[in-house]
Design a protein around this ligand. Structure first.
Ligand SMILES: Nc1ncnc2c1ncn2[C@@H]1O[C@H](COP(=O)(O)OP(=O)(O)OP(=O)(O)O)[C@@H](O)[C@H]1O
Ligand SMILES: [Mg+2]
Length: 262
């Protein structure tokens, strides 16, 4: 099993969109993919056709002491979905206090699923620093940092780098961080300039392509599905496929730790 944790210092940059669509393209490569939502917005499931009124998910299952297998959904494109679930405010705070106290909660819970070596877990997180991002980084083999080609994203990069450095980098089975620039409009000079600066700053860690701004992305969500499913011939669908190939090469290059299935 390899765990990809999708993170960003800033909100609304496209983490959930990338987590869902990359899960979809990686599933098309024949690997078993588990899309796991660690964000109380509980939005990842919406890309996979999980019913809007479903309240089940890993937050409720954890608080109730139920096995995660009971809240795994078969989503579109063959992706297995583990939603966050819907919880009352008091329960959410209880759950957050629990995982804040047990940063290894995600790694330990994933171990109970006994996944195969080739399986991939993609974890969606809320923006910035939180108990969710910490536990997700403590379980990560790879951190995928989503940024926009704008000054605010650029300025926030060191903040996320510090979190990765603290919670993921010390582990031998952590393969490093990669960056994807999303919602790019190459007709804008500022986007082109910031892209150049990001590539210079981050070098080989940046996905060599970009994910273009594409209306089909939000349309596909409105139709409860992934872009790959909704409009496979669109520009962004092609971008997601290329990005999926890059991601797969990066995580398959991470060595499996001796004595453990990583
Ligand atoms: N490449 C894209 N082209 C056009 N729209 C996009 C693209 N990527 C994301 N969006 C839109 O941007 C909005 C924010 O995306 P998303 O919810 O995935 O961000 P997020 O980082 O997960 O947000 P949050 O920090 O709240 O979790 C959504 O409306 C989504 O449809
Ligand atoms: Mg999100």
């Amino acid at each position: 099993m390899k765990v990809i944790t999708v993170v960003s210092a800033k909100g609304g940059v496209g983490k959930t969109t990338l987590a869902a669509n990359l899960a979809s393209v990686l599933a098309a490569s024949g690997r078993r993919i588990i899309a796991l939502d660690l964000d109380p917005q509980n939005a990842l499931r919406l890309h996979f056709g999980v019913p809007l009124d479903s309240i089940d998910g890993l937050s409720r299952a954890t608080l109730a002491g139920d096995a995660w297998q009971s809240v795994m959904f078969d989503g579109v494109d063959g992706v297995t979905v583990l939603p966050y679930g819907a919880v009352l405010e008091d329960d959410r705070r209880r759950f957050e206090a629990y995982i804040d106290h047990e940063p290894l909660w995600l790694a330990q819970s994933l171990a109970t699923l006994q996944l195969e070596e080739s399986d991939i877990v993609i974890v969606d997180t809320p923006p910035g620093s939180s108990a969710y991002t910490r536990t997700a980084l403590c379980a990560a083999n790879f951190a995928l940092n989503v940024v926009l080609a704008d000054a605010a994203s650029y300025a926030a990069i060191p903040q996320m780098e510090r979190l990765i450095e603290t919670y993921a980098a010390p582990r031998a089975d952590f393969g490093g961080a990669g960056y994807v620039v999303n919602q790019v409009d190459l007709s804008r000079q500022l986007a082109k300039d910031v892209l150049k600066v990001l590539r210079h700053m981050l070098g080989g860690k940046v996905f060599p392509g970009v994910i273009h701004q594409d209306e089909g992305v939000s349309e596909s969500l409105a139709c409860d599905t992934t872009l790959i499913h909704y409009d496979p011939l669109s520009q962004a669908a092609a971008d997601f496929r290329t990005c999926g190939d890059w991601l797969l090469a990066a995580i398959d290059a991470i060595p499996v730790s001796p004595g453990k299935v990583a």
